[in-house]
Every structure is written in structure tokens, then in C-alpha cells.
Design a protein around this ligand. Structure first.
Ligand SMILES: [Zn+2]
Length: 334
């Protein structure tokens, strides 16, 4: 599934590191115990010999292969038994001669029979989540999205904010739960500050990451600063490797891109065309994007090009947030 490539690279290098440490430590423990009980070293050599004997017997195809193999097997079992009792006498746990791998299932390879091991899955999710760490992902879930800040009194349109927002929360939760990188549509979260847009986008991010998909979350302002820097400092990568590592291509490719606070960025020619390119390219590639903004639809129309406005209102589903600024209410309440 779709984690950015640099996340796989990081995961593989962490696993390689774990493996190396476990093997070094295993070797060290083995040498210590062989020094204390020299017979264990002989047993290991004899076990290796019986193994080679089995291979040789099978390869030679002469004599009674079955009988030879059977007797070697018996010898091997006897040697293992002797090793067990030596270790037991010395009060050393039996696995002391094995490298202490973090994962016993895959021995820190990350794969078992060509399938990704659960430890690898876990690591990928952790890395992807860490990357969003700046956003304080762990503080935002559907579970702690509180409806108590939304009034139960109908507004001028007769809408009850609390029930409306309860539905909206359910909608977002379903969106996250059913997230499919090829099918999920793009959303435009519209509404004033402090109405829960960031909270719900991060709750979606968290759940989509848990499903094993790649998510990039950034405020439009920070993302644009980073892309501008990348463009002016490093230019465009010449090798595939460099190109792949470019943040722009990661942002284009990620399964779910969440852009917070459209409208707060400083606009110039590069930024307007980059925003349009991102939105347009991801739509063409059927990739889901969630954009949130405090701007009213009319203000979006004034600030951005017609082609961007037509993509946002034509191809994104607009989700309106209503209520009173939660941050202010929290300030008043506590
Ligand atoms: Zn594993």
C-alpha cells in the first residue's frame, strides 16, 4: 500500500539496524558462553557437520540415502538435546545462543514469505505518523471531537449546529473508514476559525494512516514555503532518486493530501500556479485531497484564478462548518 518511498527507505534502514544489532549481540553472547562451556562450540561444529552430511548423502544418491539421513537426523537431535542440558545446567536461557531479534516472526527482515510482516506494517505507520508529528496528530481523534461547543439552539436558518455538526463528524468518520486511494473524492472544508476543521482533518489523517495509506498534512503556507525553497535551492533533481525524493513529487503522489488554511498564504505567481497544479494534477490522477479554508466562497473567487475556483467548486465536495469559535469558547470556559 501507498506509503511514500522515503518512508519505506527509512523503515528498511531501521530494520537493517535492528538486525545488525541483534546479530552482533547474539554473536557476543555466543562467544561468551562458548568460552565458559567449550563443549557448546564443539556441538555447534558437529551440528554443522551433520547438516553437511545430509546434503552430501542426498547429492551422492548412493547407498541407502534414507538410512544415512535418518541416522544423521538422530545424531543431530542428540546433539541438540546435549546442548539443551548443558545450557540448563549453566542456568542460561535456551535462546541465549540466538540473536535477540526484535521480531521473532521475521527476524527483523520485515518480510515473511514475501509478505510484509506485522512489525514492518507497524513501523511504516509509526514513521508516517511521526512525520505528521508537528501537527500534533495524537491529540486529534474522532473520539475527542466534542460536540458540546456547538449550540443546540437553531440558528437563523433553522439549523441546529450541534446536530448538524454531529452529522458532519459522522460523514468525516465514514470518509476515513471507507478511504480508498482510488475512489475517495476530494473535500473542501469551509468555515470560520475554530469550528473544528483542523481537528476533523487530523482525525481523518490518523485513521487513514492506521489503514496503511500515505498521508501528508501541511498548512498551505508551510507547504508553499517548503516548495519554494526546494525550487530555488536544490533546483530539480537530475537523477530518478533525487526526483523521487523531491517534496513536490511526494505531495503529488501521496494517497491523501491535507492542506490546511488555504487563504493565509502570501500569494505570488509561483504560489498561485503551484496551488493550481497540485489541485489539478491530483484531480487528474484521481487522488484525494482535503483543503480547509476560513475564506467565504466569494473571497475564494476574488483571491484565486477562475480555473482554480472552478476545480475547487466543481470537483471537490464542499463541506460547510458552522457554529461559534471553539477556541474562544474554551478560553471563556476555562
Ligand atoms: Zn517482523
Amino acid at each position: 500500500m501507498g506509503f511514500p518511498k522515503h518512508i519505506y527507505r527509512k523503515a528498511n534502514s531501521i530494520l537493517a539496524d535492528r538486525r545488525q544489532k541483534a546479530e552482533d549481540l547474539g554473536e557476543q553472547q555466543k562467544q561468551e558462553i562458548y568460552a565458559a562451556i567449550p563443549e557448546l562450540r564443539q556441538i555447534e561444529q558437529q551440528l554443522a557437520e551433520t547438516g553437511r552430511g545430509v546434503i552430501a548423502a542426498v547429492a551422492a544418491r548412493s547407498g541407502d540415502v534414507r538410512q544415512i539421513v535418518e541416522s544423521l537426523k538422530q545424531r543431530s537431535l542428540a546433539l541438540q538435546e546435549r546442548r539443551r542440558s548443558l545450557l540448563e545446567e549453566a542456568g542460561v536461557p535456551e535462546d541465549y545462543l540466538q540473536p535477540p531479534y526484535t521480531c521473532q516472526k521475521c527476524h527483523d527482515q520485515g518480510y515473511v514469505n514475501n509478505y510484509r510482516c506485522s512489525c514492518m506494517e507497524k513501523l511504516l505507520r509509526q514513521l508516517a505518523t511521526q512525520e505528521l508529528g508537528g501537527a500534533g496528530l495524537e491529540n486529534f481523534s474522532f473520539h475527542n471531537f466534542s460536540l458540546e461547543y456547538y449550540s443546540e439552539v437553531p440558528n437563523e436558518n433553522g439549523t441546529i449546529p450541534r446536530s448538524y455538526m454531529a452529522n458532519l463528524k459522522n460523514y468525516c468518520q465514514d470518509y476515513a473508514r471507507c478511504f480508498d486511494p482510488k475512489k475517495s473524492g476530494s473535500l473542501l472544508f469551509v468555515g470560520g476559525t475554530g469550528l473544528g476543521k483542523t481537528h476533523l482533518s487530523l482525525a481523518i489523517a490518523r485513521e487513514v494512516i492506521d489503514k496503511g495509506y500515505g498521508v501528508i498534512y501541511a498548512s498551505v503556507q508551510n507547504l508553499m514555503a517548503r516548495l519554494e525553497e526546494e525550487r530555488f535551492n536544490s533546483g530539480y533533481g537530475s537523477t530518478d532518486e533525487e526526483a523521487e525524493l523531491r517534496y513536490l513529487s511526494m505531495v503529488m503522489e501521496t494517497d491523501l493530501l491535507i492542506l490546511d488554511d488555504l487563504g493565509t498564504e502570501y500569494l505570488n505567481q509561483f504560489i498561485s500556479s503551484t496551488i493550481y497544479n497540485l489541485v489539478n494534477t491530483r484531480l487528474l490522477r484521481n487522488k484525494a485531497t482535503i483543503i480547509s479554508t476560513n475564506l467565504l466562497p466569494g473571497e475564494i473567487g476574488k483571491r484565486y484564478s477562475d480555473r482554480l475556483v472552478s476545480r475547487l467548486f466543481g470537483s471537490y465536495k464542499t463541506v460547510n462548518f458552522i457554529g461559534k469559535d471553539i477556541r474562544i469558547q474554551k478560553g471563556l470556559m476555562g
